[in-house]
Design a protein around this ligand. Structure first.
Ligand SMILES: *Cc1c(COP(=O)(O)O)cnc(C)c1O
Length: 366
């Protein structure tokens, strides 16, 4: 599998790149190149191309611009102890992108081609992979419908798969800080039969009004509830959730079960395994808003966290809604709980090569 390479004639200078890497933030700066692979109904997947990072040209009538036929992924490549670069479970992202493609009537990119596209980009932009242990290279594969025309009687007959990369700093530079969340009862993220379990841009487009509402109430994130009863807790923003019952080695971690309306996070499934290895009980279940509130009041629930690729594990300190507010553990001014911290440390340890990868989760890219 080979990719043609058109080198960027004006890559960032060493000084410019180092300035970015000194304070990368998240999703603000991009590497010198990107990958593109086009698909047509007649020809299938075309040759992969490494191109200079830059604007893409689309017909104004392209399907993605009107009907939102778009899916994406997000994963990270980490500098390992020996200097090599490895991605965390890229095959799982490839498979999830294939499931997303099926739901959105798009072309499925084979797993091997997906992983090779990561290798092609990291190979040419390796200097953009940060060295510090708390930083990484965020990889953003995505696919858009490029067919030109406004008819909606059939899915697009052409797609473009693209991959861009952005150095990512420590989400919690200055220390882990618990977030305050807003329980959204007016808006829902997903309903059965819809696209809640698909990583598509449309889910995000529909979420921003709720995110703005959360911010207007002084909250960092939205917590999504089920569409029927507005009672069962599903996700937080673009994170899955974990509830810690009890404390110490006897702690039990419950994550909302995948009912079809939740996004099946790779961090979530990985943490279920990591939690078991650390000696906790980990299971999928159903948590209602009342159980959350009463559990925090009684002390049965000791910690709650969000989990996803970008921030890995985020403690939640307080929950706000139209009905009032309650706190979790030592609240938003605290440092998050010990189970949350232990899970984070173990998972980040595996990702950066500091803890032995007994699962075969890391895939070398260079
Ligand atoms: C991407 C995403 C997640 C987290 O998935 P990871 O694979 O762990 O990064 C959770 N919820 C939503 C809505 C998402 O889009």
């Amino acid at each position: 599998m080979t990719f043609s390479v058109a080198r960027n004639p004006q890559p960032a200078s060493d000084a410019d790149r180092e300035a970015v890497l000194a304070a990368p933030g998240f999703g603000k700066h991009f590497t010198d190149h990107m990958v593109r692979i086009d698909w047509t109904v007649d020809g299938g997947w075309d040759e992969g191309r490494v191109l200079p990072y830059g604007p893409i040209s689309l017909e104004p009538a392209s399907a993605v611009l009107h009907y939102g036929q778009e899916i994406f992924e997000g994963l990270k490549a980490y500098r390992q102890v020996d200097g090599s670069v490895a991605a965390f479970r890229p095959e799982a992202n490839a498979e999830r992108m294939q499931r997303s493609a099926r739901r959105m009537a798009m072309a499925e990119l084979p797993t091997e081609l997906f992983v090779e596209s990561l290798r092609a980009l990291v190979g040419i932009d390796e200097q953009w992979v940060p060295q510090p242990v708390d930083q990484s290279l965020y990889l953003r594969p995505f696919m858009i419908a490029t067919q030109d025309g406004l008819g909606v009687n059939a899915p697009s007959s052409s797609f473009a798969y693209l991959l861009i990369a952005s150095p990512a700093g420590d989400y919690f530079s200055g220390g882990v800080r618990p977030v305050t969340v807003w329980l959204s009862t007016e808006y829902t993220r997903a309903a059965p039969g819809g696209t809640g379990e698909v990583k598509c841009g449309g889910n995000y487009a529909a979420s921003f009004a709720a995110t703005a509402e959360a911010a207007a109430h002084g909250c960092d994130q939205v917590v999504w509830l089920d569409a029927f009863e507005h009672r069962w807790v599903e996700e937080m923003g673009s994170n899955n959730l974990g509830f810690v019952f009890g404390s110490g080695p006897g702690a039990r971690i419950v994550t909302p079960a995948l009912t079809g309306t939740l996004l099946p996070g790779i961090t979530r499934t990985s943490l279920l395994e990591v939690a078991t290895e650390l000696g906790y009980t980990a299971e999928e279940g159903k948590i209602s808003v009342e159980e959350w509130r009463d559990g925090c009041a009684s002390g049965a629930i000791t910690e709650v966290f969000g989990c996803g690729t970008a921030a890995v594990v985020t403690p939640i300190g307080a929950v706000r809604s139209a009905d009032g507010e309650f706190t979790i553990g030592d609240g938003p001014a605290g440092a998050g709980g010990p189970v949350t911290a232990a899970l984070r440390e173990r998972l980040v340890g595996i990702q950066t090569g500091r803890v032995e990868d007994t699962h075969g989760w890391m895939t070398r890219l260079n």
